[in-house]
Write a protein that binds this ligand. Structure first.
Ligand code: HSE
Length: 419
């Protein structure tokens, strides 16, 4: 198998597809060549010979000369059909489509097994950072305590520009789109969907958990307010969108994607722009930090390339956490220390807090800091309203928190209850 020639059928010739094509053309030593490219818009001008292109998927999927399909399109439904058809025809597949993979991972794992065909997707999580392969190969034991990371480049880019360079949210988003970092529907980035798709894939490789992303607690940066940055700065924090998975004493896993106050001492504090950073904590090694570009054509192509290279020796994910160990479960039984920020006085059901620790307000915004049961966040959506934002504190996960016995007396916060 070593050094077998890879004849590639490529789906998609966008930012990543074109970058991959260029790299393969310029690196003959890889023994991998794009033989055919399937695109949706034949009228677009492409920087490659016209005879490479087709709009007919079956020309690639049914071509027996092709032994690898690389799927780099953004239509998750079409990607699902391409990937499953290719695997069933025993063509190895490399994909970067986190939305599709997160939505269908259980079935895709079964198909790989049934057809004994590799399906690799390092580019789906954190682009250039080899996080999936590390979880598969290096952290192949049950000592993994946590994964904590900035896994979406676009939102990190926007937060960096808005909070540090005073560029408007909209302009920063346009820049992220122009640079090719954002999804074609940028709401997927902004609302935390892309990050939770990635977290759900990481949970499978880290803890053997298969859980649909929509069932994992998440939100994005869509509701953050400029006053939140002021509040954060007063405490010497910045705000980042962070995906977290932490093993609790019960053995279950706390997992979520939420904006977080980032303290200067965290390695994630210095992760700026489209960069991603992942801290993996294990019982023996303590913390390890992975850092690299999390979006963009060439960084993503580098992960695809690494997967292609692995296919030359027929590498497959073994999903050991899923197959060889008792898979973990996601917990809903823990507490978060959060700041809820909102416009107006009494939108927040303060009686749902286990404890209120601080309440600050000015003309524009109220910031209430307290302890909330995660079950409350899962069961309700008051905290997702457009003028409410949620930011969790560093070290903000608590397995137990003694409920306050007496009712909180809001008079002491000098509020007059209205409505
Ligand atoms: N839109 C994604 C991001 C691309 O910004 O991280 C890489 O997955």
């Amino acid at each position: 198998m070593q050094n077998k020639k890879l004849n590639i059928g490529l789906f998609g010739f966008g930012v990543v597809g074109e970058s991959l094509y260029k790299v393969l053309e310029n690196t003959p030593s890889l023994n991998a060549q794009v033989k055919k490219v399937c695109i949706r818009h034949s009228e677009k001008e492409r920087n490659a010979p016209a005879e490479l292109f087709t709009t007919i998927a079956s020309e690639l999927l049914h071509d027996d000369r092709l032994n690898v399909i690389v799927e780099l399109i953004d239509d998750a439904d079409a990607a699902y059909r391409i990937v499953t058809t290719a695997l069933k025809r025993q063509k190895a597949v490399v994909s970067a489509n986190k939305k599709m993979i997160a939505a269908h991972l259980e079935e895709l794992i079964d198909i790989q097994k049934e057809y004994n065909t590799p399906f690799l997707y390092e580019a789906a999580c954190c682009a250039s950072i080899p996080v999936i392969r590390n979880l598969e190969e290096y952290y192949d034991n049950d000592l993994l305590q946590s994964i904590n990371g900035i896994v979406n480049g676009s939102t990190n880019y926007i937060l960096t520009k808005v909070f540090q360079e005073n560029i408007s949210f909209y302009d920063a988003l346009v820049q992220a789109q122009e640079a090719g970092f954002a999804e074609s529907n940028p709401a997927l980035d902004i609302e935390g969907t892309d990050a939770v798709n990635k977290l759900s894939i990481l949970l499978t490789h880290a803890y053997g958990i298969i859980n649909k992303p929509e069932n994992i607690l998440h939100t994005g940066i869509q509701n953050l307010d400029p006053e939140d940055a002021v509040f954060a700065a007063e405490k010497s924090f910045e705000i980042k969108l962070v995906a977290q998975a932490r093993k609790l004493k019960s053995g279950k896993i706390a997992a979520f994607v939420l904006p977080q106050f980032m303290e200067k001492s965290s390695q994630l504090f210095n992760v700026k722009n489209e960069y991603n950073g992942v801290i993996i904590e294990s019982s023996l090694a303590d913390k390890q930090f992975f850092y690299g570009k999390g979006a963009g054509g060439f960084p993503t192509a580098s992960a695809v390339l690494s997967d292609l290279s692995a296919l030359r020796y027929n590498y497959q994910y073994e999903y050991r956490k899923l197959r060889n160990q008792q898979p973990s479960e996601i917990s809903t039984d823990y507490f978060l220390k959060v700041c809820i920020s909102f416009a107006g006085l009494f939108q927040v059901p303060n009686e749902r807090f286990t404890k209120i620790l601080e309440w600050k307000y000015n003309d524009q915004r109220c910031h209430i800091t307290g302890i909330l049961p995660v079950s409350e966040l899962i069961a309700s959506d008051w905290w997702k309203q457009s003028d409410v934002s949620i930011i969790i504190y560093p070290e903000g996960i608590f397995e137990n928190y003694e409920p306050v016995k007496e009712k909180v007396n809001f008079k002491k916060f000098e509020f007059v209850e209205v409505g």
